[in-house]
Design a protein. Structure first.
Lengths: 554, 407
């Protein structure tokens, strides 16, 4: 069966299509160049005056795992506030920032997103995270496995183990936890907090192992390059949220010496400490550095005003901020000699100096980083805001007069301490398509999504053009997943399952002997029960899409 | 010889080796009483039953489907099941309304309530094993989690190279299981009842927050204050089910607050045990699918959670349900029958009350009779358990999926 989409205005930056009217042909869930003359076109969809983009891709959104479930447990009031009834084809659910699994799928699909990546899958929690994801319908998913605070790795680094052996360990953990990428969270800092260290800058030493975050960052960055992993190292840096931390972020950029690195939620790592309140924007100097260093990609972690909840593996930072909890309750957990978890409910207020400046800093970064291929649209869901705020965020980027009106409403000192008003840039639809589709697919090493060229999955979002970009992006006219219409005019038409992207890496299996001894001696379980098998995921109805580690542009 | 991940408590020990003799299993390397008792059960018959009389599986399933269709208010109780068993139960409840609770609901709901009110600081088993120089054990024995102590509290080696762990037992009875191992750690005990425990923890919090003992002459208070001030990483292990019912929630709140307070100057965390029926597994699935823990109701078409209103004991006592489906695929927990409330038991074939239920459907045990996923006590780790026995007993998922098809 072939479907022809005709007359649509197409934005497909990977294939350099910038608003051209063209036809798209779908066959067996994929996009084909054109049908051969003998093939019959069974359906023609006329999309005159409509805008077409590939399905949206969220590179960093906390949609599953122990931390999200702990946040749900902590906040029954949020779940009572947002309740969703079951219908003939949809399950019931609740919540916004910690929305329940089925509704994460429904809500993303209704926004035109078709692939979302969970960025903090702790190795010990990976199986649970993926089983939970089997209940997120409609979208493709993937996980980044958290490393950089596990005692096994820190011990290897302390012993000055060869890079090759560390690569074997990284490859083993990536494949046995079914991750697509590797994420570092506060390198060495979560571990240091277990030894009661309350801060750890890039060159400070972890009390137990005597090694620095810089050494962990360098070694893991190199590992992923050596392994030809699909996605370069995904980094949540040191000193999250600390005034003055932009200096550390700049040092981190130079620490990787030109090698590819993805810096995540950089808004939280862009603070200077100038002025009466010792809190100011470091966006300009960070953006300048990112503009210069072409090896760096980033996502923003934009703050939007309102109640949310912050969930992170970075217990050191989360504990540091627990006094800001709103409502006043919080959770921290130390986890399996590998990481941790902190949950702090938070309300970002537009009249609060710091919160308002955080909002402005995020926007400054978006507007000052010149290359849209290296900056991606995120709110670090739910940490800066729920992903449902994306349409509003897109409007802030595309519409300067709206942005300035919003700026007028925030804390006056924050306005005065931000250069936002002077920034004239307005994102185009083409650039938005890069930020939310083509860019994330490219940095994730996924060739079959994020574009509308031959061979791509037929994940397609159709918008009705509208002057008000928030209105346009919050209610796509049609959403296709794998060639099937899943959303029409804001209503879910069909519930299907997306796939789970996982990386396949080859490595020297002899590393497993040492890991196995470590597991039995210290972790108190067997390595074999830790390793996730494909069969158990298939049993939960998950289809896997394996991406070989063969990236050749590092 | 067969290696085995044990499904009979929430530790999910994966180091078990079993000897197989005529489809019966004997543990070779574990003295765990729960495991031994569970494996000793001899299955004489595994017929489904209607009002005690043997029937076929398809008739029993048909009858259960009819009851569910007819019911105005269903309760899924016990919920001794795995992830897929929980998923299919929620699927049915979401369509037909009704409530979900668990065997361990009465005690564990106190932990849930405390987290909902104040949060907490928690620890997983490997952290407990490797980090803690001090462990305070409150009213916890080796009865419910027999190998917790041997595997995680008295380990031979730890990452932190802890030389002599300080262990304090606080409770109403002498902990023989700890006294037997006394030479392996520095041991102290404080014997008191729940009321005095509550007072002690409250006073301790006050002293810790004032950073002063003032002029207290209380020996226990002085001892604990000094101990905690000199702790590098400590933890408290607690079984809510062993505490006085009326004081349990206050005690748990005080302990959670104490732990949060201690983290101002040192590292401290808690581990709250959850019984042997895998409440954590059920709760995790509930949280991600509905946003709420156990004691959630779907009669209005969306999830409503209330720890007091939706307790099994209350719903049965007030006769607010007309059908209760008990699920018990691990053990032989005693269940309650009430006049005018239809009772269905999905249970293991040796369940002593199988003839008393309106419908009895025999179940296999996850990890013994079918592949399964279960969550460990610390909520973080989940295990994949594989089938090792061949006597064609169905899983909760299989039974309820067939029921679902018929409704």
């Amino acid at each position: 069966m072939i479907v022809r989409i005709k007359n649509a205005k197409v934005y497909d930056p990977t294939n350099k299509v910038d608003g051209r009217i063209k036809d798209i042909f779908i066959k067996d869930g994929k996009i084909i160049k054109r049908p051969n003359p003998k093939e019959k076109i069974s359906q023609v969809i006329n999309l005159k005056n409509k805008i077409v983009m590939p399905g949206g891709i969220d590179i960093h959104s906390h949609i599953a795992g122990g931390k999200v479930n702990l946040a749900r447990l902590l906040l029954p009031e949020e779940h009572r506030k947002y309740l969703y009834s079951s219908t003939n084809n949809l399950r019931s659910g609740s919540g916004l920032g910690t929305c329940t699994s089925f509704h994460i799928g429904y809500k993303y699909a209704k926004l035109g997103y078709t692939a979302v990546f969970e960025p903090a899958s702790l190795p010990a929690n990976a199986r649970s995270t993926i089983i939970e994801m089997s209940d997120i319908p409609l979208i493709d998913k993937g996980c980044y496995t958290v490393l950089g605070n596990d005692d096994f790795l820190l011990n290897l680094i302390q012993k000055k183990t060869s890079q090759k052996k560390i690569n074997d360990y990284v490859a083993w953990i990536l494949t046995s936890t079914k991750g697509l990428g590797i994420k570092i969270v506060n390198p060495g800092g979560i571990n240091a907090f277990k030894f009661n260290q309350r801060e750890l800058d890039l060159d400070a030493k972890n009390k137990k192992y005597g090694i620095t975050p810089r050494s962990i960052l360098k070694i893991l960055t190199k590992s992923l390059i050596d392994l030809k992993a699909p996605h370069p190292i995904h980094v949540h840096g040191c000193n999250l949220g600390v005034p003055g931390n932009v200096k550390t972020t700049l040092k981190q950029i130079s620490a990787v010496e030109g090698k590819p690195m993805h810096l995540t939620h950089i808004q939280y790592h862009s603070y200077s400490n100038e002025g009466d309140r010792n809190f100011s924007s470091g966006a300009a100097i960070l953006a300048e550095s990112i503009n210069k260093n072409k090896n760096i990609s980033c996502d923003i972690g934009q703050v939007m005003f309102g109640q949310t909840v912050t969930t992170s593996a970075d217990t050191m930072s989360q504990y540091r901020n627990h006094s800001f909890a709103h409502p006043k309750k919080w959770i921290c957990a130390d986890i399996e000699c590998e990481a941790g978890c902190g949950i702090i409910p938070f309300e970002y207020r537009d009249k609060n100096y710091v919160n308002a400046l955080q909002w402005a800093i995020g926007l400054e970064l978006f507007l000052l980083i010149k290359d849209p291929w290296r900056v991606y649209l995120t709110t670090d869901h739910p940490n800066g805001a729920a992903f449902t705020a994306y349409p509003r965020l897109i409007k802030l980027l595309m519409d300067r007069s709206f942005r300035n009106e919003e700026l007028e409403k925030i804390n006056k000192d924050s306005q005065n301490n931000s250069i936002l008003k002077s920034l004239k840039r307005e994102y185009s639809l083409y650039e938005i398509a890069i930020l939310t589709r083509s860019g994330p697919a490219k940095i994730l090493g996924l060739n079959n999504i994020g574009h509308l060229g031959e061979g791509a999955k037929a994940d397609i979002t159709v918008y009705t053009e509208h002057q008000d970009k928030e209105k346009m992006f919050e209610n796509p006219f049609l959403v296709f997943k794998d060639g099937q219409i899943i959303v029409k005019n804001g209503t879910i038409k069909k519930v299907i399952n997306g796939k789970l992207y996982i990386a396949e890496a080859e490595y020297d299996q002899s590393i497993k002997k040492e890991i196995s001894i470590y597991f039995e001696k210290y972790i108190g379980r067997k390595m074999s029960s830790f390793e996730i098998q494909n069969q158990e995921l298939w049993d939960h109805g998950l289809e896997l899409e394996q991406i070989r580690c063969s990236r050749n542009d590092y | 010889m067969q290696s085995f991940i044990c499904p009979f408590c929430s530790l999910l020990c994966d180091d078990i080796r079993l000897e197989i003799k005529n489809n019966s299993f004997v543990p070779l390397n574990s003295n765990c009483l729960i495991l031994k008792k569970s494996l000793k059960r001899k299955i004489k018959d595994h017929f489904p039953r209607i009002k005690g009389k043997k029937t076929t599986m398809s008739i029993a399933i048909e009858e259960l489907a009819k009851l569910i269709k007819k019911s105005k208010s269903i309760l899924f109780a016990g919920m001794g099941t795995d992830t897929k068993g929980t998923k299919v139960s929620l699927d049915i409840l979401d369509k037909f309304g009704g409530t979900i609770d668990h065997f361990s609901g009465d005690s564990y709901s106190k932990n849930l309530k405390s987290i909902q009110e104040i949060g907490g600081v928690y620890i997983t088993l490997a952290e407990l094993k490797n980090r803690c120089d001090t462990i305070i054990i409150i009213e916890t024995t080796d009865q419910t989690v027999p190998r917790l102590f041997e595997k995680y509290i008295f380990p031979k080696e730890t990452i932190n190279k802890i030389k002599k762990r300080k262990i304090v037992y606080i409770g109403s009875k002498k902990p023989q299981f700890l006294l037997k191992n006394k030479n392996r750690f520095a041991f102290n005990s404080i014997y008191l009842n729940s009321q005095n425990l509550l007072n002690l923890i409250s006073q301790l919090r006050q002293k810790i927050n004032n950073n002063s003992l003032d002029s207290t002459k209380d020996k226990n208070l002085t001892f604990l204050f000094k101990l905690l001030k000199n702790t590098n990483y400590g933890s408290i292990i607690l079984s809510a089910s062993e505490l006085d019912k009326d004081l349990c929630d206050l005690i748990i709140n005080e302990i959670n607050l104490l732990i949060q307070d201690l983290n101002k100057f040192t590292r401290f965390a808690g581990m709250f045990l959850s019984g042997i029926h895998h409440l954590v597994t059920v709760n995790e699935v509930l949280l991600w699918q509905t946003g709420f823990p156990i004691r959630t109701n779907f009669s209005k078409g969306y999830p409503r959670h209330n720890i007091d209103q939706f307790s099994t004991t209350r719903l049965l006592a007030k006769k607010e349900v007309d059908l209760v489906v008990w699920i018990d695929s691990f053990h032989e927990e005693k269940i309650t029958f009430k006049k005018n409330i239809k009772s269905v038991l999905l249970g293991i074939p040796t369940h002593p009350q199988k003839k008393n239920a309106d419908i009895f459907i025999p179940l296999g045990t996850p990890g013994l009779d079918h592949n399964s996923h279960l969550f460990r006590v610390d909520k973080v780790v989940s295990m994949h358990l594989k089938k090792i026995r061949n006597i064609s007993l169905p899983s909760v998922f299989e039974v309820l999926s067939k029921v679902k098809e018929r409704i």
